[in-house]
Write a protein that binds this ligand. Sequence first.
Ligand SMILES: C[S@@+](CC[C@H](N)C(=O)[O-])C[C@H]1O[C@@H](n2cnc3c(N)ncnc32)[C@H](O)[C@@H]1O
Length: 229
Amino acid sequence: MISGDMEIIRRSRQAPQTTAQFDLVARIYPALERLVFGVRLDNARKAFFEEVLDADRVLLVGEGNGRFLKSLIARKRAGYVCVVERSKVMIRLAKDRAGDSGKVGLEFIEADFRAYRPEQDFDCVVTHFFLDLFNPPSQLAIIEKMAESVADGGTWINVDFVPARTLRHEILMSLQYAFFRVVSRIESKRCFDESEAATAAGWTVAEAISYLGGLVVAKRYRKNGLQVA
Ligand SMILES: C[S@@+](CC[C@H](N)C(=O)[O-])C[C@H]1O[C@@H](n2cnc3c(N)ncnc32)[C@H](O)[C@@H]1O
């Protein structure tokens, strides 16, 4: 495992960087989620699952305590899965939850994704409820980094909250952000749509599915470049 003290890469369009702390909530995170959303976020996490299953090299960014990883490992028969996750406790829980990965190569990297340097391109990157922690400049830096990490024609699956369009959703999101700002010191005070940054970084939306009455959207992005059928 690579240490979490990797130097943050300086770029000309450098985003202000704060470090979210999910160690404190790692163990209670699934229970908290169930309390508020039931199993509906789990349903959203299953979006475009076959695409991830079929990819040879998969990158999971901010995977948390490994619920998605467990279902992926249970079905995947070959290939390589790399988890880049900032929280030590989340990584420990994800490792325990995933168990034996069989013929699938599985690697955990404890690092801020912005400091991660992949040695080889990935075919598919997955972010679940991750980008909503960040303000637009950080989102752009992360999305650019993902584009650098994925081969042309490769896939990015993003499942996340989107800016609220109803009063009920707005109240729910405000409470959620207030909680995570205090407990996990997340950067963002509200939810920002990643679409513009995605386009700027060379990603095109191929498909989108709405969940929870439009509060959550799953998007399948394709990296521009090589034309894939
Ligand atoms: C809101 S949780 C979502 C976890 C999981 N993907 C899910 O769907 O439940 C965000 C996760 O991103 C991780 N994280 C936050 N900032 C990160 C960063 N800069 N690099 C890598 N992981 C990060 C946190 O530790 C946490 O596990």
